[in-house]
Design a protein around this ligand. Structure first.
Ligand code: SF4
Ligand code: SF4
Length: 232
């Protein structure tokens, strides 16, 4: 029976996913894979597309039910069990796969300590019957798993973004159409923001070459710009 079991960062998991697993890749089907702007930057660079073209070709957006904030998700393949648009016989964007794909079967959530304002991490293991990866490979703590899956920069980006979402929610800020457009440009469609910075259409003064070559810096710059436009 499938279950979601809380786990600490120091606890071990015994798990290995190989491309030839006879599991049908059900972990990539019907999951509504949402993306951060950092995921979008990494995927669009892998695909050699601008973020604008990537968003139009592979994603759809909507307003989150609880947060009321724009959310971006990958298209699915309805004729293939609602598989992620990037699933063929295995993941076709493996080197740029999003954070939740990297961490699976570990799930990570965060909350904010009301007293200190610091983010607190929560982890769980998703035990799904159809997954054949459990009990294989080497024991690894969750911390080691994060390093093994090269997920640290994705986590840094995710938490930077979630801080903005939590602040928007805590101030009960409702985004109107123009604010949603700002949010989409600053948090998701970062090549459009980069173009504005190049054309001196924002107050951001920075080294353009560094922004072009450092997706994490570009993403954080976009999130901070969004914060300055929406919350200040
Ligand atoms: S990006 Fe790759 S690993 Fe993630 S859901 Fe899609 S196919 Fe699966
Ligand atoms: S994580 Fe599990 S379900 Fe997903 S491809 Fe690997 S073995 Fe299959």
């Amino acid at each position: 029976m499938s279950s979601i079991d809380p786990i600490s960062k120091n606890d071990d998991i015994l798990f290995e996913c190989k491309p030839d697993s006879l599991c049908g890749n059900l972990c990539c089907c019907g999951i509504n894979q949402t993306l951060t702007g950092y995921d979008i930057l990494k995927l669009s660079r892998l695909k050699n597309l601008t973020t604008d073209k990537f968003l139009k070709r592979y994603t759809f957006s909507y307003t989150g039910k609880q947060t009321k904030i724009p959310v971006v998700s990958l298209f699915e393949q309805p004729d293939k069990n609602n598989a992620c648009i990037f699933l063929d016989s295995s993941c076709t964007v493996y080197d740029a796969r999003p954070l939740s794909c990297r961490l699976y079967p570990v799930a990570r959530g965060i909350s904010k300590d009301k007293r200190t304002g610091k983010l607190i991490e929560h982890f769980a293991v998703i035990n799904e019957d159809q997954c054949t990866g459990f009990g294989k490979g080497n024991y690894m703590s969750v911390s080691e798993w994060i390093l093994d899956q090269k997920a640290s920069d994705y986590i840094e980006a995710n938490d930077f973004f979630m801080n903005l979402i939590l602040d928007i929610s805590s101030k009960n800020t409702v985004l109107d159409k123009s604010m949603k457009d700002i949010f989409i440009k600053g948090c998701y469609n970062l090549d459009l923001l980069l173009e504005d910075i190049r054309n001196l259409q924002t107050s951001i003064k920075t080294d353009i070459k560094e922004l072009e070559n450092n997706p994490l810096l570009l993403f954080k710059t976009g999130v901070e710009w969004t914060r300055s436009q929406i919350l200040n």
